[in-house]
Ligand binder design. Structure first.
Ligand code: ZN
Ligand code: ZN
Length: 181
């Protein structure tokens, strides 16, 4: 099984390869990156944000129609919101095996700080791996350094490592074994 990553044209270019390589290493699975074949739905002009649920709807339909076996994660550049949540780094829908991550709030420039590509790649890897983790049925973890810790702020995200704690690691490995049988 491969991990499929769709890179939207609105997301910063050139980061797909380093991000997919790190994700592949974290899960010990091939991670394939390709440009997003879907039109990004759910843009709300009044808030200049995109409804993550609408993105997941079209991604879920695409995955089903195309008969994709593994999980799909879409990386977009537009800022996201969802029901009752004014902003978010990413959202997953485990029952459809799809997830979305936005680079908007992972980018220093959003906070009027100097651009830093290394930071952006690191945050994208952690946030993407977190959402893939949910697609492998993992829940949130209390260890603030673990990928599955739920970050509320950018500082929370920066404190995390590109690492699964021992119990999350065990869960990832057994979930991957189960899906590949
Ligand atoms: Zn989460
Ligand atoms: Zn953990």
């Amino acid at each position: 099984m491969d991990l499929l990553i769709f890179w939207d044209s609105g997301a910063p270019g050139g980061l797909g390869l380093p991000v997919s390589r790190c994700i592949g290493n974290l899960f010990a699975l091939p991670a394939q990156i390709c440009s997003n074949p879907l039109i990004l739905n759910g843009y709300d002009g009044s808030r200049n944000q995109t409804d993550a649920r609408a993105v997941l709807d079209s991604l879920g339909i695409f995955r089903q129609r195309q008969g994709v076996m593994g999980p799909i994660l879409l990386v977009c550049g537009t800022d996201l919101f969802t029901a009752g949540v004014t902003s978010l780094f990413g959202l997953s829908r485990p029952r459809s095996l799809v997830a979305v991550v936005s680079t908007a709030r992972l980018d220093n420039r959003f906070y009027e700080l100097p651009e830093n590509e290394e930071d952006l790649i690191d945050r994208l890897v952690k946030e993407s791996a977190h959402e893939f983790g949910h697609l492998f049925s993992l829940e949130h973890c209390d260890n603030p350094e673990c990928i599955m810790y739920p970050p509320l702020t950018l500082d929370d995200l920066d404190r995390k490592k590109q690492w699964f704690c021992a119990s999350c690691r065990t869960r990832v490995e057994s979930a991957i074994l189960q899906t590949s049988v």
